[in-house]
Ligand binder design. Structure first.
Ligand SMILES: [Zn+2]
Length: 294
């Protein structure tokens, strides 16, 4: 749609029948002799010219597009980076880049949910009194939990990379890179899987080092932000079928047809995140408090 400056009305520029995933296309506005006549829904004409302040938007009834537009309240930008001069990284290829789009979108969705805000504002209660501590090893105050919520949701740009099995991941500044197993394990909820790594690295980008338990994963045995909160929030939203992307078959990373592009093998046997005796605090909390959002 085109919105000529000052008109307050929308004019149809063109229709798109289908947008394939991850496509990029350029459209040149077909000005003729320096202007273009366009029509609104009542067939009233307007004329636009290059640089006249007209803005453009897309209108759609596609439910996924509407979900992404209306429910994600975080503004993150991702670029793909080969980190070509650094042997700790492998070149970014299409199969990995596609899964990064899914991971970053799903994480932005998770951090946009009312559940996430509720957890951050009621952290000790939800997380069985396991506090967060910062780089100075001091337990957070209530104010710091609320500041962290804002900080995690700030506008950010990430240079997304693929780690060449030299580490699980690298994060800091704009660098955000994870190793091969993350790209297929992020659809599931498992110990030592993608969400622990991705949230550990993003917490480095936010400014926390290994002195803070914002980088501690499930290997410590304690309930932590990367090791517990993020994987369990993913699990909770996945079971409720609320995440934007849940079907691993959409990009089908594990399809053997792509195996020549894998930089590692696919390991099918993952340890489930929870034993029956090991009640996940996030899920338990929301089950026990059905009116949490009242
Ligand atoms: Zn680290």
């Amino acid at each position: 749609m085109a919105h000529p400056q000052g008109s307050g009305d929308s004019y149809i520029l063109f229709y798109i029948d289908m947008l394939p995933p991850l496509a990029q296309f350029d459209y040149e506005i077909p000005y003729e002799n320096g202007s273009l006549t366009i029509y609104n829904r009542e067939d009233q004409p307007a004329t636009i010219t290059p640089g006249d302040g007209t803005t453009f938007s897309i209108e759609t009834e596609d439910p996924l597009w509407i979900k992404l537009r209306d429910e994600i309240t975080i503004n993150w930008t991702g670029f793909f980076d080969n980190y070509a001069n650094d042997s700790k990284y492998a070149p970014m290829t299409a199969i990995y880049a596609r899964e990064w789009v899914v991971m970053l979108t799903n994480l932005a969705y998770m951090y946009s949910t009312p559940e996430f805000k509720h957890i951050m504002y009621n952290y000790l209660e939800v997380m069985n009194n396991n506090p967060i501590w910062g780089n100075n090893k001091k337990n957070f105050t209530q104010e710091q939990y609320e500041e962290l919520y804002d900080n995690l949701r700030k506008d950010r740009t990430f240079c997304l990379g693929l780690v060449a099995n030299t580490a699980n991941g690298y994060g800091g500044g704009q660098t955000l890179a994870v190793y091969h197993p993350c790209y297929y394990s992020h659809y599931y909820t498992m110990k030592n899987a993608a969400w622990e790594t991705v949230s550990h690295e993003i917490n480095h980008c936010v400014g926390y080092n290994h002195d803070s338990n914002l980088t501690q994963t499930s290997t410590t045995g304690n309930a932590t932000f990367p090791g517990t909160l993020v994987p369990q929030l993913h699990n909770w939203l996945r079971k409720a079928e609320r995440l934007p992307y849940m079907n691993p078959k959409v990009f089908d990373f594990e399809n053997k047809a792509y195996s020549k592009h894998w930089i590692g093998s696919i390991i099918g046997l993952y340890e489930p995140l929870y034993n029956k005796s090991d009640f996940p605090p996030v899920e338990t909390y929301f089950r026990n408090n059905p009116d949490w959002n009242q």
